[in-house]
Design a protein around this ligand. Structure first.
Ligand code: FAD
Length: 528
């Protein structure tokens, strides 16, 4: 027999396994307490009132074998001798496109400019300690893409529950904890992601797919408005029934290549600003209404803030982005001569600091003279801000920083705070780096955010710049339903870089859809 219970629990009841079991057994009314199988289905924290509660939905089985938790991602057919498709980029979009292609009986050939996760780690150490930026191996490029050394937050605004569940199940079948199927705000953590990415790689290789690391695509093989394949930096031609282009938001050379080859692309609105770092304990106290600390059971608190601002008659949102409780700020530049910051956190989120992007929406009409760069307008704007940050902070990977109240009152920060950002900070006037329309809006919004989170606006927090890779500054157009480029047949712009995803899960979902559409089109054309 199966029962489903909806419970409102204290943090201890929800997160202490033995206590949780006791409570559920009691609430279930079953008597064979030893043999009961208990499975949480959903779990979310409600911190709106002073007493924090956890809402848990749980299923309890008595004398009945429960169905398996996951259905997706267990076995893959052998595609060694099947028709190939070319996938450029081994981020979430590329890897999930490859797995879906295998399920559909075609052979993925994945080309990735960066290195496998283990070799990549050495380049990240050199970036953090020696300030060396390898343009092919960094926090954005390499096996698993920008998703590998990230927070591994797995929430998405997509409403496609079935598709989201599928992605989560595939992640679980490759090593993620089953908790991600349950938590309202699931995350994996940067310490767990590399092993998971290696397991995804093994599934692709074991099924007969190919993955080529340190293989950069430098040209497209175009024939009569159709793509036949790509050319790599080693001069090799790689051909396939179609090309899924999943190169991420930082592959500027790909955007330049598309422009050079007259493939339609367009400038896209995005967002730009800074990363804000507070003490995690302060965020816990604000969010959980506690005096001292969050106690032993609650996870480190997160936040999400939005503030509308009006400047020169134009309304733009200022919003927190990719908040990382207990996390680190990392140097996410992809070329020497620029500073880009981003955030990540380990699975336990037990670091001392809380960081979050705090960014301003950038619309195309804000770009003024940059429009001379045509479809690359937003990208060049983004690049110039990153370069200005590098120059202002002393031409290393040390990042420009300013304490929060000092920034708003336009005062120099004589002393900066301790930080999680390993390459170090340089006290800088952030207004001098950020374009006026961004810095002014940030300065307007931050004090107002204190109304929603009392204590958020404080000089015990600092702004670290620049957070500029929030989403792609370019869109590669595609047919809404068929997902094919409107001008180049068999080309499937995919994932975050093409403008169709914003995060790990949505990129993975888009990868799957592109593989499905490409294979469906191939089958249709063979029947015709
Ligand atoms: P990417 O992951 O960017 O992958 C693109 C791949 O293409 C890269 O591996 C790149 O090397 C490769 N490539 C580029 N050009 C070429 C070429 N010419 N030839 C061959 N290969 C090429 N999202 C979340 O949902 N949750 C988070 O917690 C989170 N935290 C993040 C933390 C950090 C530090 C960063 C940088 C990003 C984070 N993100 C997070 C964003 C998330 O990682 C991206 O949204 C996601 O990875 C996009 O997937 P993608 O496959 O479209 O592109």
């Amino acid at each position: 027999m199966r029962k489903e219970l909806k419970l409102v629990l204290s943090p201890e009841e929800a997160y202490q396994d033995s206590v949780f079991r006791q409570v559920v057994v009691k609430e279930s009314g079953f008597t064979d307490t030893e043999a009961l199988i208990i499975r949480p289905l959903r779990r979310s924290i409600d911190a709106r009132s002073r007493k924090v509660k956890v809402n848990v939905t749980v299923e309890v089985f008595s004398g009945e074998k429960p169905p398996p938790v996951i259905q997706a991602g267990k076995t893959y057919p052998n595609v060694r001798n099947a028709e190939p498709i070319v996938i450029v980029g081994a981020g979430p979009a590329g890897l999930f496109a490859a797995l879906r292609a295998i399920e559909l009986g075609v052979k993925p050939i994945v080309l990735e400019r960066g290195k496998d996760v283990r070799s990549r780690r050495r380049d990240l150490a050199a970036l953090n300690k020696l300030h060396l930026v390898d343009p092919d191996s960094n926090y954005c490029f390499g096996e698993g893409g920008a998703g590998t050394y990230s927070d591994g937050k797995l929430y998405t605004r997509s409403k496609k529950r079935g598709d989201i569940r599928r992605i989560m199940e595939i992640l679980v079948s490759h090593g993620a904890k089953e908790d991600i199927l349950v938590d309202a705000h699931p995350h994996i953590g940067t310490n767990k992601l590399p092993a998971l990415v290696v397991n995804l790689r093994h599934s692709i290789l074991n099924a007969g797919g190919e993955i080529h690391f340190e293989t950069k695509v430098t040209d497209l093989i175009l024939e009569k408005n159709s793509i036949r394949g790509v050319i790599t930096d080693g001069g090799e031609k790689v051909l396939g029934m179609g090309v899924i282009l999943a190169t991420g938001h930082s592959a500027r050379d790909i955007f330049h290549l598309l422009t050079k080859r007259d493939v339609f692309i367009e400038a896209k609105p995005f967002a730009l600003g800074v990363r804000v770092e507070h003490d995690q304990n302060l965020i816990d106290k604000i969010q959980y209404h506690c005096q001292v600390n969050r106690g032993s059971f609650l996870p480190p608190a997160s936040y999400s803030l939005v503030q509308q601002t009006v400047l020169a008659g134009k309304q733009r949102g200022v919003f927190s982005f990719c908040m990382c409780p207990g996390g680190f700020i990392v140097p996410a530049a992809t070329s020497p001569g620029e500073i880009v910051v981003n955030g990540m956190s380990p699975s336990r989120r037990d670091g001392k600091f809380a960081n979050s992007g705090m960014v301003v929406a950038v619309e195309l009409e804000d770009l003024g003279g940059y429009h001379q760069h045509g479809p690359l307008a937003a990208m060049i704007f983004q690049q110039e801000v990153e370069q200005a940050a590098w120059i202002a902070a002393g031409k290393t990977q040390a990042a420009p920083a300013q304490r929060m109240v000092d920034f708003v009152s336009r005062k120099e920060s004589k002393q900066l705070l301790p930080t999680s950002y390993q390459p170090g900070l340089q006290s800088t006037d952030m207004h001098a780096i950020l374009p006026d329309f961004i810095s002014k809006r940030l300065a307007m919004a931050l004090p107002l955010m204190d109304q929603r989170m009392k204590g958020y606006f404080t000089n015990e927090a600092q702004l670290i710049g620049v957070e500029s890779r929030t989403s792609s500054p370019v869109r590669i157009p595609r047919d809404k339903h068929l997902l094919e480029h409107p001008q180049i047949r068999r080309l499937y712009p995919c994932g975050e870089g093409a403008g169709y995803a914003g995060g790990i899960v949505s990129a993975a979902m888009d990868g799957e859809r592109c593989a499905e559409m490409l294979v469906a089109k191939y089958h249709r054309s063979r029947l015709a």
